[in-house]
Ligand binder design. Sequence first.
Ligand code: EPU
Length: 337
Amino acid sequence: MPSQQNIDLTPFNTLALPGKAARYQKITAPAQLTAGDLAEGKRFILGGGSNLVLIGDFDGLVLHIAIPGKRLLKEDSEAFYIEAGAGENWHDFVQWTLQQGWPGLENLSLIPGTVGAAPIQNIGAYGLEVGDCLHSVSAWDFKNQAFFSVDRNHCRFAYRDSLFKQEGWHLNGQIAISSVIFRLPKAWTATIRYADVTQELAAQQIASPSPQDVADAIISVRQRKLPNPAAIPNCGSFFHNPVVLPEQAALLKAAHPSLAQYSQPDGRVKLAAGWLIEQAGWKGKNLGPVGMYEKQALVLVNRGGATGSDVKRTMAAVQADVLAKFGVALTPEPIFL
Ligand code: EPU
């Protein structure tokens, strides 16, 4: 299938930012990735476009990964192994696994994006990260012209991070993930330690939640706090929750007792970026057409007609104010193209 030229990318990024791709091609089967001409020149691998800030036109090739498919690969006494094409919608895939009676992914309900994008930034929510439930990732390497597979143990999963980001493979378009295998243990226990989830289940008077109950609770919480990109364009949390040294965390806590802090296994401390942004006066505030959402200050929103430059301007203003007030540098979560 030949690529198309000068394609408008506004519908392909959930922040709804304008920009054109010099070349655009949809990939609907892994074998299409092997076409020799795709390996030439600049490439960007696009999934659901839900973690992307489009700065303007892209003068290379956008490969839109729309590879479908989901199936039970195998089952042993301990776990179900499920394979899914990289282009499957993440939320629909999670709901399908639950309907099949394979729990484990319910805490990641309603996260926008695709199956193939999930491991790149190790998507996470409410006490679970995708790396916790993943078996292996298959991808096409444009440089070496070969498919390869990476086991979970080699994916170097960390907070919103993985091998695919660390090696720059995703950013420079060197690889395209084609499918992912998940390992969902048969011994299931609900992960419901986050206050938002506990409160939601309590409000519904559910004492022993089923996997679907947990999914439904999380869907309710997310719908209440996070804007639907179809109505208010956004890309989820815009900044990482910053992780600081314990000494800095202690000083901040002494000065600001209500600042939410979470101890990390390595001794450092994660701070709630949403709190820092809210306290810096940005919750519900706009700069031009781009602001921080009124119900969750960590979510940057396009109020209508914004460009990539508008996003950069608001981002820089928020970073400057948080740095000036708290001495903490905020790092953006999405990729800039
Ligand atoms: N907070 C505020 N004001 C706000 C928002 C948050 O004070 O406007 C404080 C509150 O103290 C709250 C705390 O921040 O208790 C944490 O907020 P929340 O539970 O909403 O989660 P988050 O830390 O802002 C992270 C992830 C989300 C994920 C939720 C739930 C990151 C960057 N974000 O947000 O992931 O859904 O936890 O687990 O780690 C995403 O990555 O795109 C994303 C949505």
